[in-house]
Design a binder for this molecule. Structure first.
Ligand SMILES: *Cc1c(COP(=O)(O)O)cnc(C)c1O
Length: 427
């Protein structure tokens, strides 16, 4: 594989941009390589500056569920751009998107649009604290909720990959109110809530964890969180920035039948442009300014370009059978990779919910961060590089999900399985 131009660009990038990238995991550090510089993308494929092409299973870390540059979305964005890209004044488009989201996730009775997942979570936490008049928050080890200060405790992929235990620049005073429990450990949560429940504003969880690899919730885990939080006047926040519109049109809450108090969205709802959202019970959302006293604002919030991309994406996700087809194709890919690993005698623990999937290089089972960490990341790095050589672009870290889009074809899946067979040999 030729990488001359990517190498040149990376050398230059490092002069002007810290680490050469604008988000850490992009740097390929944990897989011992150099990042490829991408020139364009279309459908299921990425094309780099050296003329290589790849079947893309990163999909911009989740948003591109319709594949890259879908013609109707690009046309809609282009039309919207001609009318101006931001007004700093309300538009009908924002009402349309809020309505569409509320119909898909009925727990989101009112919605505020922001510009990233980080911002959505940060704002939802402020709201939860304002509404409950409590400071404490409880999160799960290995769950990532964006890079805001008090959520950078035990936060999964990016930090794990770089081996940053605690982030310098985050005052201890800021994480003092952050409690952490193990994912899927309901007794642990029970203990913490019993001791600290009266001080807790919220429990925040990725209903399917997607930032320590993919770790699905065990039977009854989410239900127990719902009951425990309700009993103690603690708000339950689902961070569905990945799972929203990914594992079903109704997100994880639709799939598992749980109604959280607040939900955070991002990624897919922006159709590849910067959008985040948070929302929930009207009575709680009424605490947000200007309706209520909890301040939150944004210059580009709800801008017509990003909101158009979101609306047009959601419209297409309503197509009958779309999620079933994604699920089937992801199952085929997982099966093929699983069989290849077995044949080669490689211990691989696979996890999957719909079109988000992962393979851990460990005997498993993987149910939380401690067990996810058992994965042989050196082996993953080798696997990753061999797959890349064969034209398959997986995440440059063990602790990320692989995603499928509606643009992936049976031929893509078949080619990937063949590549995996070769990659597992003598791994
Ligand atoms: C990506 C992600 C975020 C942060 O979203 P950004 O748009 O990157 O700020 C928050 N929560 C989860 C679960 C995510 O996967």
């Amino acid at each position: 594989m030729k990488t001359t131009k990517s190498k040149q660009l990376f050398a230059e990038a490092q002069k002007y941009i810290p680490g050469g990238v604008n988000s850490p995991v992009r740097a390929f550090r944990s897989v011992g390589g150099q990042p490829l510089f991408i020139k364009r993308a279309k459908g299921s494929h990425l094309y780099d500056v050296d003329g290589n092409s790849f079947i893309d299973y990163v999909l911009s870390w989740g948003p591109m569920i319709l594949g890259h540059a879908p013609a109707p979305i690009i046309a809609a964005i282009t039309r919207a751009a001609a009318n101006g890209t931001s007004y700093g004044a309300p538009t009908e488009l924002e009402v349309t998107l809020a309505k569409m989201i509320g119909q898909a996730l009925p727990s989101m009775e009112q919605i505020r649009l922001v510009s990233s997942g980080t911002e959505a979570v940060m704002s939802a936490i402020r709201l939860a604290r304002g509404y409950t008049k409590r400071d404490g928050i409880l999160k799960f080890e290995g769950c990532y909720h964006g890079h805001s200060d008090y959520l950078l405790a035990k936060a999964g992929s990016g930090l794990a990959t770089l081996g940053i235990p605690d982030c310098p620049g985050v005052p201890a005073d800021f994480t003092r109110h952050t409690l952490t429990a193990s994912y899927n450990d309901i007794e642990g949560v029970q203990r913490l809530i019993k001791a600290h429940g009266h001080k807790l504003a919220c429990v925040i969880v990725e209903p399917v964890a997607g930032n320590m690899g993919v770790v699905p919730p065990g039977d009854g885990f989410l239900q127990a969180l719902r009951e425990l939080t309700r009993a103690h006047g603690v708000l339950l926040i689902f961070d569905e920035v990945i799972t929203g519109f990914r594992i079903g049109y109704g997100g994880a809450q639709g799939l598992y039948g749980i109604r959280p108090d607040l939900t955070c969205l991002g990624k897919i709802i922006g159709g590849g442009l910067p959008v985040g959202a948070y929302g929930g019970r009207q009575e709680i959302m009424q605490w947000i300014a200007p309706a209520g006293p909890v301040y939150q604002a944004g210059t580009l919030s709800g801008n017509p370009l990003a909101v158009t991309a979101g609306i047009e994406t959601l419209k297409r996700l309503k197509a009958p059978g779309l999620y079933k087809k994604l699920d089937r194709q992801a199952a085929e890919l997982a099966e093929g990779i699983g069989e290849a690993a077995k044949k080669a005698g490689v211990a691989l623990t696979q996890t999957r919910v719909g079109s988000m999937l992962c393979g851990f290089f460990t005997k498993g089972p993987v149910v939380d961060w401690a067990s996810a960490k058992q994965s042989d990341t050196q082996r993953y790095a080798k696997f990753f590089n061999r797959m890349l050589e064969r034209g398959c672009y997986f995440a440059p870290s063990q602790f990320e999900a692989a995603f499928l889009s509606t643009a992936h074809t049976p031929a893509d899946v078949e080619k990937t399985i063949l590549a995996a067979r070769a990659a597992f040999k003598n791994l």
